[in-house]
Every structure is written in C-alpha cells, then in structure tokens.
Design a protein around this ligand. Structure first.
Ligand code: E4P
Length: 219
C-alpha cells in the first residue's frame, strides 16, 4: 500500500519524507488556501517546492471546471515536474479531460468520488488514480470503506489499472481497513500515519528491555 500525505504544508511534508515511508503527496484547493498560497506564480512555485521534497507523485488540482480550462491548467501543471499528477473533479467535463490527458500520457487523479459508478466512469476514461473520500462518507453515516471495497472488486473484475486512492482518511483504523479491502494507496494527515506506530505493549516492552540492560550493566 502506498502512503500519501494530504497536505500542502511544506514542514509537514518534510517530516513525513524524513520518516522514510512516504510515497507521495495530495493537495486540494482548500489545503493550498490553508497555507495562504494564492496567485498562479505562487501556486506553481509551491507545487515545485513540494516536488523537490518528495520522491513520489504529487497531486495538483485544477481550479477550472470547463474542459478547456482544465486542459490548459493541467498541461501547465504537468509541465512543471514529472512527479505532478493532475487532479480533476468528477464532473462531465472532468471525465472528458481525463480521457484527453490519458491519451496525451499525462497522469490524472479523479477526485471527489463518492460512488462506484463515478469510479467506473473515471477508470473507463483512463484515470491513473481515483480518490473516493472515505471520511466524508463516514461523516454522513455512509460506509466509506465499503465503497473502497466495491471499487476494488469492480476494477479487479475488469482488469482496470486505475489505482484506488483511499482519500479523506481521518485515523489509523481507516488506513488498516482500507489496506484490508485492497486500496492501492491511502492519503491522510501525518497524524494518521504516525498513529500506526503506537502500541502500549511496545512502550512497556521497550522500557523493560532498557531497565534490564541498565541493571545488568551496573553489576
Ligand atoms: C483528497 O485527495 C482530498 O484532498 C482529501 O483527502 C480530502 O480530505 P478531507 O475530507 O479530510 O478534507
């Protein structure tokens, strides 16, 4: 399973990269706004800075919602760095844009996926990744992980190569559950990834090992 971090914060991206298990970064317009990144030049510079930190894929989302706008923005983003994956919303012109990009060899991440039908359309259009939002479905009492499982099954049935990127991950159990049902990738906050480290028996066990070692060394 690939681990992506869902943030535009450079310090957090560096920290995740330093951990040694980071496979990529996803951003969205809200995350860019949270960092105060506005204006085309600043946005492009920021994406380039992210690409310089990470080794894997960096999803950069288009703002336009018409086919022409998405193509123009997506082509500029893709030219910025070979790590860029153009993130396109699941709307009619978005599907057309994904088809266009896939024929041009530009990689895409189809975002705002909330149903298996949407995921099927994105795969047919040639998306590199689909991003079903697990946490946002859970927020409205709908089983987000069940959607991941449904999409994984459909893609396996037909051999689609589109990768299932479980997005809107909120906590470590989401990561485990998405791994169990076969998600190819997960994206979430660094806190969800580092929470995987924790187990009280690990802490108790380590404290005992070190105490025993200290006792024996003192003899
Ligand atoms: C997907 O790529 C989105 O950036 C993201 O995962 C949304 O997560 P949220 O629901 O926590 O905002």
């Amino acid at each position: 399973m690939k681990f992506f971090i869902d943030t535009a914060n450079l310090a957090e991206i560096r920290e995740a990269q330093d951990l040694g298990v980071l496979d990529g970064v996803t951003t969205n317009p809200s995350l860019m706004a949270k960092e105060g990144i506005t204006g085309k030049d600043n946005v492009m510079r920021h994406y380039k800075q992210i690409c310089d930190i990470v080794e894997g894929d960096v999803s950069a989302e288009v703002i336009g919602t018409t086919f022409d706008e998405m193509i123009r923005e997506g082509e500029e983003l893709a030219e910025l760095d070979e790590k860029i994956v153009v993130k396109v919303p699941m709307i009619k012109d978005g599907v057309k844009a994904i088809k266009y990009f896939s024929e041009k060899g530009i990689r895409t991440n189809c975002t705002l996926i909330f149903s298996a039908g949407q995921a099927l359309l994105a795969a047919k259009a040639g998306a590199t990744y689909v991003s079903p939002f697990v946490g946002r479905l859970d927020d409205i009492s709908t089983d987000g992980v069940a959607l991941i499982e449904q999409i994984v099954t459909i893609y396996r049935n037909y051999g689609y190569t589109t990768e299932v990127l479980a997005a809107s991950i909120r906590h470590p159990m989401h990561i485990i559950q998405c791994a169990e049902v076969g998600a190819d990738v997960m994206t979430g906050p660094l806190s969800a990834i580092t929470a995987l480290l924790n187990h009280p028996l690990t802490d108790i066990g380590l404290a005992k090992f070190l105490a025993d070692h200290k006792k024996a060394s003192a003899k």
